[in-house]
Design a protein around this ligand. Structure first.
Ligand code: A3P
Length: 318
């Protein structure tokens, strides 16, 4: 992968270096590409986005799970994978279920990462992919194929806190650790990978309004508050509704438990997803409202105000 990424980097280097720049969270630089800030050389980055726009081929039956980082990507990957593959991977033989053995990120590849490389074969049908790309930057073939897209967003203050901890674990050692104040200042200016936060969310929200049968808009908070009903809704949207028989057998609950924070955290205590990504980095505390332990009143008010302005007239609540 490292080698392939270097090749890509060389291919897109000229395009990359002509773009506006800011300081990054994981690497030295964020680049402004098509209105969004992307990291440079990391796995899901400006060059991999460019490469997927140039080469990724969607199929109409594909399913895409779109998120901004730290909004519940890992959780929604686990849920969608378990729902769609439940006849192949039965929830009553849990010990052999892939989610009991490997990280959800190994079960559902990113469009702008694993799916780029010809050695990668997604054998399951329908193909399940995830992406952090903003709606307007999705490869044209995904838009043209009118594939189903599930977008999950999360309260911006919890995204900031989650991203802060995640970046401090994963960023290049040479950059040192970030302070929370620094992270906050970058976040409010929209300077996060695949941000501004508000534009990312709004892009998918508007698309879901226009194409409700193709794009489902979920929030991490709703998923937490009423997991069972949202999992049913997700299954229906994906074209895999639970039958009455399954409901009677407690299938929904089994899937909810299999994909719960506690279960996945335990399974992913050790090992790596891939180079530089320990399995456990995706499971921190998995709660709503950890921002109260990090943001000052003033910081909170600033983000609330920004969110109010940017989401004016939209029905988004966390
Ligand atoms: P916290 O850092 O607030 O704990 P992503 O998967 O998009 O990277 O998001 C990671 C966030 O989702 C982290 O939030 C993580 O703990 C939480 N998370 C991971 N798996 C989860 C699950 N199964 N249920 C609920 N939250 C989960």
């Amino acid at each position: 992968l490292e080698k392939a990424l270097t090749l890509l980097y060389n291919r897109y280097k000229d395009r990359l270096t002509s773009l506006p720049k800011e300081k990054g969270w994981f690497t030295e630089t964020l680049y402004l590409y098509q209105g969004f800030w992307l990291e440079s050389e990391r796995v899901t980055s400006a060059v991999t986005v460019m490469a997927s726009q140039d080469g990724f081929q969607a199929q109409p039956t594909d399913i895409y799970l779109a998120t901004l980082q730290k909004s519940g990507t890992t959780w929604i990957k686990a849920l969608a994978f378990a729902i769609v593959n439940r006849t192949t991977y039965k929830t009553n033989s849990l010990s052999t279920h892939p989610l009991q053995i490997m990280n959800p990120h190994r079960c559902v590849p990113f469009v702008e990462t694993e799916a780029l490389f010809p050695t990668y074969v997604n054998g399951h049908s329908p193909r399940l992919f995830s992406t952090h790309m903003p709606y307007t930057s999705l490869p044209q073939s995904i838009l043209d194929s009118r594939c189903r897209v599930v977008y999950t967003c999360r309260n911006p203050k919890d995204v900031l806190v989650s991203l802060f901890h995640y970046a401090n674990r994963l960023r290049d050692k040479s950059l040192g650790l970030m302070t929370f104040k620094e992270a906050f200042e970058m976040f409010r200016k929209g300077l996060i990978p695949f941000g501004p936060y508000w534009d990312h969310v709004k892009g998918y929200y508007m698309a879901a309004l226009e194409r409700p049968s193709e794009i489902l808009f979920l929030t991490y908070e709703d998923m937490q508050k009423d997991t069972v009903n949202n999992v049913k809704r997700l299954a229906e949207f994906l074209g895999y509704p639970f039958t009455e028989e399954e409901a009677a057998e407690g299938e929904v609950h089994k899937i909810v438990k299999l994909c719960s924070f506690e279960t996945l955290k335990e399974v992913n205590k050790h090992g790596m997803v891939g180079a530089g990504f320990p399995n456990d980095v995706f499971f921190r505390n998995g709660k709503i409202g950890d921002w109260t332990n990090h943001l000052t009143n003033e910081m909170s008010q600033i983000l609330d105000q920004l969110t109010k302005e940017k989401f004016d007239g939209l029905d988004i609540s966390f």
